[in-house]
Design a protein around this ligand. Structure first.
Ligand code: THU
Length: 148
């Protein structure tokens, strides 16, 4: 059962996202973003947006966050918090909801301007790793949700 206030609270995530914000590289949009997530083991990972002169190749903060999560040993996300340059809570874009879903559970909470929500609330009926299992291919056995 998910809880509005997770173990450890939201404040460490807000703070980590705010620190990550200072690392953003956003000279084209002038819209820095910082994101932070708590993983199952209680560790906190963060990310910032990294833009590129070829605008469409921009990495959202969630992209660098999921990379950091993997580089820090992986694990699923229990809570996620994202801020814009003013420190206000920012909703993940559509693509990034998919990125987060890959490493989430039914209990994963995303902080929104209207309170904590489950991934299912922000990406209903999501396409995910389980949809690929019917493909019965060795390449699809690395479902992160089934890793120990
Ligand atoms: N951005 C993110 O980093 N995450 C989101 O979920 C929304 C958008 C970034 C991408 C771009 O660098 C800037 O915000 C403006 O779109």
């Amino acid at each position: 059962m998910s809880k509005e206030t997770p173990d450890g609270g939201w404040e460490p995530l807000r703070q980590a996202a705010t620190v990550a914000l200072t690392k953003a590289y956003a000279p084209y949009s002038n819209f820095p973003v910082g994101a932070a997530a708590r993983l199952e083991d209680g560790s906190i990972v963060s990310g910032c947006n990294v833009e590129n002169a070829s605008y469409g190749l921009t990495l959202c903060a969630e992209c660098t966050l999921v990379g950091a999560a993997r580089m820090n040993g992986g694990g699923l996300i229990t809570e996620f918090y994202c801020v814009d340059g003013s420190g206000a809570i920012l909703m993940p874009c559509g693509r990034c909801r998919q990125l987060l879903f890959e490493f989430s559970t039914a209990a994963t909470l995303v902080m929104t301007s209207s309170g904590a929500k489950t991934m299912d609330a922000i990406l209903p009926d999501a396409f995910g790793p389980n949809n690929l299992q019917d493909a019965n291919s060795p390449k699809y056995t690395e479902n992160p949700k089934e890793q120990p």
